[in-house]
Design a protein around this ligand. Structure first.
Ligand SMILES: Cc1cc2nc3c(=O)[nH]c(=O)nc-3n(C[C@H](O)[C@H](O)[C@H](O)COP(=O)(O)OP(=O)(O)OC[C@H]3O[C@@H](n4cnc5c(N)ncnc54)[C@H](O)[C@@H]3O)c2cc1C
Length: 437
């Protein structure tokens, strides 16, 4: 048995707690059995567990995570719940795929909204749309293309120039931006905690229970440090982490990205800006540029800097470097707010596939997976997880056709070719987006 490499972020996420109080779960001690074991407690794992339990309430479902719900990328992200794919494309095939993605993302939002309203989850869910902005002046190629693709999709959008953006966002950093109304902003840590809290009763949870390996024979055996779970089926929701658990050739690579949050602005600091509601900005270049948010409790969130992290490990030094990048960027955008302090910088995992398609479905007789978020996973991993339950239990669901139409992630070369490929593509993106930071 190959032992899994376990992820570790040497930092603490900074999303304000609240909503549903976090209820610690026990670690697995001893040997147990289950009908299904889900490895990974982020949006994919939770959505899969919820749907599985809904279809078959008699199943014994176990969900294990190496850490706690507060540690997954699902609790560490920037909280943009997107309803449209980031990249659309204009060929017939690309547009067909973009339509399928849109249907799926909107279904993901619908499922989250249903849980939020059914359980009255407090997670700062705000339907405020988002701005897709560029800083560079005089080169409008990317935004022009984006607006053309939105038209082809029949999606509403409006264009704003620097002055108007200043009144919405309080900064003159951006030259232009496209506003689309369909994005929701959320406190992701509160959302995932609430979803966990309301999992059906036939889902048993174990935290701080890393899966070291999966043995297969007549059944599967999920091996953890202090206990084994014998089961008929395993669902991997590890987001490119612990790649040793996935049978077959690699199709996903783990990268890390960083976010920082500031202390809330005081009245005096707020008075230096135009009056603002909460808002979100995504950059035209996701690798070099920064995602920015202004939250309803007057904090700024900055997500920027992407590094390779094939084993899901991020050091304190890398975190410190990200804080410095974010501080510099924040001062550039908000020169009147130099005294505002960043309280936390943290990292989390993105799973990236070579062709942008997900790694989704059965991997062998025992193991299935929903991975390959490619940078956006709140709505996407929710729908990928829930549809996988329908697929595995052979339930009819009209969204399965959209999911299957996305195709499969292509193979990735092993290290060191993979490491070199990732380093080169990051270098290229950083160069192309150098004017966005
Ligand atoms: C800083 C940042 C900002 C982001 N911003 C956005 C955004 O604004 N909008 C958006 O849609 N997406 C965003 N993303 C991406 C999004 O967070 C992910 O796509 C999504 O959370 C992936 O969900 P998941 O359930 O697939 O995996 P995860 O949430 O990563 O969950 C995987 C879980 O598997 C567990 N695990 C791994 N190995 C093992 C093992 N061996 N044993 C047991 N457990 C294991 C991990 O501990 C983890 O909890 C962002 C990501 C980051 C890091």
């Amino acid at each position: 048995m190959r032992y899994a490499s376990l992820p570790f972020n040497h930092n603490e996420p900074g999303w304000p707690a609240g909503g549903h109080a976090y209820a610690p779960q026990p670690a697995l001690r001893g040997d147990i059995t289950a009908d299904w074991v889900i490895v990974g407690a982020g949006f994919a794992g939770v959505a899969f567990a919820r749907r599985l339990a809904e279809i078959k309430p008699e199943l014994k479902i176990v969900i294990v995570d190496a850490f706690t719900t507060r540690e997954s990328a699902s609790a560490r992200n920037s909280g943009f719940v997107i309803g449209l794919p980031h990249n659309i494309g204009s060929s017939t095939a690309e547009l067909k795929k973009a339509h399928a993605y849109r249907n799926l993302l909107q279904e993901g939002i619908r499922q989250l909204e249903q849980e939020i309203s059914q359980h009255n989850l407090q997670c700062d869910w705000q339907k405020v749309g988002k701005y897709h902005c560029q800083a560079e002046r005089g080169n409008d190629r990317i935004l022009n293309e984006y607006s053309r693709h939105l038209d082809l999709m029949g999606e509403p959008w409006t264009l704003a120039y620097s002055d108007e953006l200043y009144h919405k966002l309080g900064t003159r950093f951006y030259s232009k931006g496209i506003f689309t109304p369909g994005c929701v902003l959320v406190n992701p840590a509160q959302l995932i905690a609430g979803l966990h809290h309301h999992l059906p009763e036939n889902v048993q949870r174990f935290e701080n229970t890393p899966v070291l390996g999966i043995r297969t024979g007549s059944l599967a055996e999920v091996v953890t440090p202090f206990g084994t779970i014998r089961t008929a089926q395993v669902m991997l929701a590890t987001n490119a982490l612990s790649p040793e658990l996935r049978p077959g050739l690699a199709r996903q690579a783990a990268m890390a990205t960083f976010a920082s949050i500031t202390e809330p602005l005081t009245d005096a600091q707020l008075a230096t800006l135009p009056p603002m509601q909460s808002w979100g900005v995504t950059p035209v270049n996701a690798i070099a540029g920064a995602t920015f948010r202004f939250t309803s409790d007057r904090r700024f969130l900055i997500r920027q800097h992407v590094i390779p992290a094939l084993r899901g490990q991020v050091t304190a030094a890398q975190t410190h470097q990200a804080t410095q990048h974010h501080q510099r960027l924040f001062s550039k955008l908000y020169p009147t707010l130099k005294s505002v302090k960043i309280t936390h910088t943290w990292s989390g995992t993105l799973s990236v596939t070579r062709n942008g398609a997900p790694q989704w479905g059965a991997l062998n007789r025992f193991i299935c997976t929903a991975g390959g978020c490619n940078g956006a996973g709140v709505s996407k991993q929710t729908v990928a997880g829930s549809l996988l339950a329908d697929f595995m239990l052979k339930q009819d669901n009209p969204h399965l056709a959209d999911m299957l139409s996305l195709g499969q992630a292509s193979f990735m070369p092993p290290s060191p070719v993979l490491d070199i490929g990732i380093a080169l593509s990051l270098m290229k993106e950083r160069f192309l987006g150098r004017k966005e930071k």
